[in-house]
Design a protein around this ligand. Structure first.
Ligand code: FAD
Ligand code: NAI
Length: 462
């Protein structure tokens, strides 16, 4: 049994990043992981595999819809599903092994097994109790289901089952028009499934900019996804290879049933803290099961910290990573900090959708005066060249000071473009600061500059 400065429970983006940073800062560090591979939800059954399938299916979509327009003629590729899954698994393997390599390089011990905390300062893995000055809980989250819906990961699946279906289903019903539903719904729609998304609310991707929501839904419909909005799913009846989804339309209480070969339940995720023994320790949880922490990620018990999906805030890998790094800094006696006002969100559909900071809706609610600079990708030469003119960049800036308050992008490379605005916001920049910065031509980034110009005297190519 070794004595550690820090033991981190969970090796997802929160846990593994924190472990590496702790070790870099000179702390003797171990990370407990019960899965067979490191990397958590994100690398094993989340961000990485979903992006691999999004990439492969997007390539097919391009071949089917855009190749001929560019003079690339010939039959579109057919789908070898087993090979596509093997490609996805290979990508997962490369990433999870990469973390193993980084642990060795940074001298982080991987304690293999499921951990619990018998008391502050102690972590039990299997039969061995390890001692640590500090413990960080980074145990992440799990899919949440609905009453009346039993998941078997074959016919009724969460995202985990959806990443390894036996075959591409003819009909898929997705419950929930959030990030998972739309990303994985897009994958199967591109691969030939008839996808119907059933959403409780009247708009997709709750919390996002209203204009983006409408544009995004229109584009997805054009790609073949069907939507039933304002529908409360009552139950799912699963047979051996088929299922029936019963829902009630909220506006008139009409009951309807949809048939499906596969039902994807994508109605959110909840913190995972099972088996840690938190009740006995007196660690306070919120009503939603999140571990409560102070500004330095310390829980109600001294020496026990928590980060990532297990605590409050957006369930995003990069938010978990930032908390992991900042918590490590705190434990090393430095000043760890996360700017929660500047955490970007990205949906990796085609086109991509991204956002950071305030929405118009939130600014109106606060009664804050703001101006909008908007630029359509139709005015961007590079976007038009790749059939990606549909979409826009929208920057929100303070009406008086011109300080950037938020941004919303739907269009090509939106997930990368948003970071220019994140950096600007970190530095308290004005829209004019962005507008005065030279942007290379022809790039998609020019659309960001044009939106910034539109906050002032006007965009050039609008
Ligand atoms: P996790 O990644 O959940 O890791 C927690 C780890 O702790 C797990 O490996 C678990 O086995 C381990 N663990 C739990 N309890 C114990 C215990 N007692 N002992 C030992 N080990 C334990 N986010 C993005 O930012 N971008 C994306 O593109 C994206 N795509 C996603 C796609 C899908 C399909 C899903 C499901 C999620 C996606 N997310 C994405 C969300 C992202 O995966 C999470 O926000 C992120 O993984 C949270 O990191 P974490 O470190 O808090 O926890
Ligand atoms: P979500 O919270 O994004 O969306 C859930 C959707 O289900 C909502 O639109 C909600 O209104 C709807 N819903 C809830 N109950 C319903 C019901 N009874 N009937 C019909 N619809 C119902 O959750 P999701 O998509 O499961 O994702 C979970 C988390 O994973 C998110 O917090 C997200 O941050 C993270 N994630 C991030 C990704 C990214 O960053 N690209 C990709 C995938 C997941």
């Amino acid at each position: 049994m070794a004595q550690y400065d820090v033991i981190i429970i969970g090796s997802g983006p929160g846990g593994y990043v924190s472990a590496i940073r702790c070790a870099q800062l000179g702390l003797k560090t171990a990370c407990v992981e019960g899965r067979e591979t490191l990397g958590g939800t994100c690398l094993n059954v989340g961000c990485i595999p979903s992006k691999a399938l999004l990439h492969a299916s997007h390539m097919l979509h391009e071949a089917e819809h855009n190749f001929a327009k560019m003079g690339l003629k010939g039959k579109s590729p057919s789908v070898d599903w087993k090979q596509m899954l093997a490609y996805k698994d290979d990508v997962i393997g490369q990433n999870t092994k990469g973390i193993e390599f980084l642990f060795k390089k940074n001298k982080v011990d991987w304690l293999k097994g499921w951990g619990s905390i018998p008391e502050a300062g102690k972590v039990k893995v299997g039969d061995v109790v390890h001692e640590a000055k500090n413990i960080i809980i980074a145990t992440g989250s799990e899919s949440s289901s609905l009453p009346g819906v039993e998941v078997d990961e074959k016919v009724v699946v969460t995202s985990t089952g959806a990443l390894e279906l036996g075959k591409v289903p003819k009909k898929m019903v997705v419950i929930g028009a959030g990030v998972i539903g739309l990303e994985l719904g897009s994958v199967y729609s591109r691969l030939g499934s008839e996808v119907t998304v059933v959403e409780f609310l009247d708009a997709i991707t709750p919390g996002m900019d209203g204009e983006v929501q409408k544009t995004f839904q229109r584009m997805l419909k054009k790609q073949g996804l069907k939507f039933v909005m304002g529908a409360a799913v009552q139950s799912v009846e699963a047979m051996k290879t088929k299922a029936k989804v019963h829902y009630k339309l909220r506006k008139n209480d009409t009951d309807t049933t949809l048939d499906a070969d596969v039902v994807l339940v994508a109605t959110g995720r909840k913190p995972y803290t099972d088996g840690l023994g938190l009740e006995g320790l007196g660690v306070t949880l919120s009503k939603r099961g999140q571990i409560e922490t102070d500004d330095h990620w310390q829980t109600s018990v001294k020496g026990i910290y928590a980060i990532g999906d297990a605590i409050d805030g957006p369930m995003l890998a990069h938010k978990a990573e930032d908390e992991g790094m900042a918590c490590a800094e705190v434990l090393a006696g430095k000043h760890g900090h996360v700017n929660y006002g500047v955490i970007p969100g990205v949906i990796y559909t085609h086109p991509e959708v991204s956002n950071v900071g305030a929405t118009e809706e939130s600014l109106k609610e606060q009664g804050r005066k703001y101006k909008v600079g908007k630029f359509s990708f139709m005015g961007n030469g590079r976007a038009k060249a790749v059939f990606a003119g549909d979409g826009f960049v929208k920057i929100l800036a303070d009406a008086e000071t011109d300080r950037i308050l938020g941004a919303h992008i739907i269009g090509p490379a939106a997930g990368d473009l948003i970071h220019e605005i994140c950096v600007a916001m970190e530095f308290g920049a004005s829209a004019q600061d962005l507008a005065l910065t030279c942007h290379a031509h022809p790039t998609y980034s020019e659309a960001v500059r044009e939106a910034a110009l539109a906050c002032g005297d006007g965009a050039i190519h609008a």
